[in-house]
Design a protein around this ligand. Structure first.
Ligand code: SF4
Length: 347
């Protein structure tokens, strides 16, 4: 590990190495870099949230052809704005953009404000976006921490923990702050974003060509693939259910259609036995563990002869079907497994 003074030296040098790389390998001809008004920078920053440069460019061009200035956007109908955004996804961005343009028209004389605080007060602009606008539109020093920069910081400084956590985020801001040089704010901001997007990619980063590899802590500690850490999945709760494979004398089984909403909405399933009601015993079949996104369901099927219980389901939407007919219906995977199990019992 570096001593504090030598670490300071290498960090001071970080921007110089990054800028030298960017001059040769960075992106210099993106449409918002050409006529760099605050409005165009803002629009590009919002479009680039969650979306890659290649996708954004044609949208940016169409959007600025229709609304060349912030006042044009403020005067537009939301429907027109949404139509131009269509296909880019995350539509709250477009609604916020339009609302923010109207606020600027009413409260800031048709211009974007020039401080982080005032920018952050507008809908859809967080601290990093506000600073990116300040650095790129006004060439003033303002550290940023977008998704790409988070990744570079987490790796270069080997910061453990999920970046969504407040404490981790605070550390990442400090790392970004300490690397941001006093001048060339516009170029440095583009350079650090380009490094994250083109070399320090989420998968298979190109460390061999990275201008800041010599003091990258993740590279030195062989942690590149582990950083930044992902969110730890929460343990999923477990639920359990008893399902009846109700069979009549012709070996048909009863399926019932699930209600349109909720799990397996609208699919055919087996009737569920009420919790705690042990009146229907039947023959236990193999239990199944099924994983939903938010919980795990333990399914305990029981084979019940229709003569033993004729009133299992009070759902009007039921049908008696041969096993092969049942298998041809729209049924969830675990239900298919249970019915196939019944078929195997009969062989
Ligand atoms: S050396 Fe690799 S992991 Fe480290 S900053 Fe460069 S590209 Fe990212």
């Amino acid at each position: 590990m570096s001593t504090p003074s030598c670490r300071w030296k290498t960090l001071a040098d970080f921007a110089a190495r990054l800028l030298a790389w960017w001059e040769c390998h960075g992106r210099h001809d993106l449409p918002w870099q050409i006529d760099r008004t605050p409005y165009r920078v803002w629009l590009s920053e919002i479009m680039l949230q969650q979306t890659q440069v290649g996708t954004v460019v044609p949208y940016f061009q169409r959007f600025t052809d229709c609304f060349p200035s912030l006042s044009d956007l403020a005067r537009a109908d939301l429907d027109e704005v949404m139509a131009l955004w269509s296909g880019l996804g995350y539509y709250a961005r477009a609604r916020n953009l339009h609302a923010a343009a109207r606020i600027c028209a009413e409260q800031h004389k048709g211009c974007l404000p020039k401080t982080t605080e005032e920018l952050q007060a507008l809908p859809g602009i967080g601290e990093s976006t506000a600073n990116a606008i300040i650095a790129q539109a006004h060439d003033r020093r303002a550290p940023i921490l977008d998704g790409n920069v988070k990744r570079v910081m987490a790796r270069h400084a080997a910061i453990a923990g999920w970046p969504g956590k407040t404490a981790v985020q605070r550390q990442l801001w400090q790392e970004s702050e300490s690397r941001t040089p006093p001048d060339r704010a516009r170029d440095y901001t583009q350079a650090i974003m380009d490094l994250g997007a083109t070399l320090c990619r989420r998968r298979k980063p190109d460390c061999a060509n990275c201008p800041v590899a010599s003091d990258c802590q993740a590279l030195a500690l062989n942690l590149v693939d582990q950083l930044p850490e992902s969110r730890k999945p929460k343990p999923r709760p477990r639920r359990s259910t008893r399902l009846a494979v109700l069979q009549d004398e012709q070996r048909r089984i009863m399926l019932e259609r699930r209600p349109p909403s909720g799990i397996w909405g609208g699919l055919w399933s087996l009737p569920e036995l009420p919790h705690g009601d042990n009146r229907v015993q039947g023959q236990p079949l193999l239990s199944i563990e099924h994983h939903f996104t938010h919980f795990i369901l333990d399914i305990h099927p029981v084979l019940v002869h229709a003569s033993e219980s004729s009133n299992i389901s009070d759902n009007g939407d039921t049908e008696w079907l041969s096993v092969s007919e049942a298998l041809s219906r729209g049924i969830p995977r675990p239900i298919r497994q249970i019915i196939e199990g019944v078929l195997a019992l009969e062989d």
